[in-house]
Design a binder for this molecule. Structure first.
Ligand SMILES: [Zn+2]
Length: 113
């Protein structure tokens, strides 16, 4: 069930109960959820905001490509798919910068390096 935030707090499922916020936050696929639930029928409700966050997350995941890690001396090398390498002008000997973010890291190829 999806509940449009800002509307009244009546349960959109049974229309009898009043929605209450659950104390525990559900973390799913990197998206945090504050779940509302109906005391009368037990229906759990997601807000539109949460639904949009989830949709954005899934769109990103669909575009994601799997990469393979390999050993390179004492370091770990990452195999970059050829299509991605071409698209971003990456070839052996070129450089990029690696930055950490919340879920992992990203590599930005240095132009003309
Ligand atoms: Zn209800």
């Amino acid at each position: 069930m999806v509940w449009r935030e800002g509307t009244n707090m009546n349960c959109p499922s049974c229309r009898k109960g009043i929605l209450e916020k659950k104390d525990d936050v559900i973390k799913q696929d990197g998206v945090s959820f504050e779940i509302f639930y109906c005391k009368a029928c037990g229906e759990e409700i997601m807000t539109m905001k949460q639904l949009k966050a989830l949709a954005t997350k899934y769109r990103k995941l669909r575009k994601a490509k799997e990469v393979t890690f390999a050993k390179w001396g004492n370091s770990i090398a990452m195999r970059i798919p050829s299509g991605i390498a071409e698209e971003y002008g990456i070839s052996p000997g070129k450089h990029g910068t690696l930055t950490k973010d919340k879920e992992g890291f990203k590599v930005i190829p240095t132009l003309g390096s």
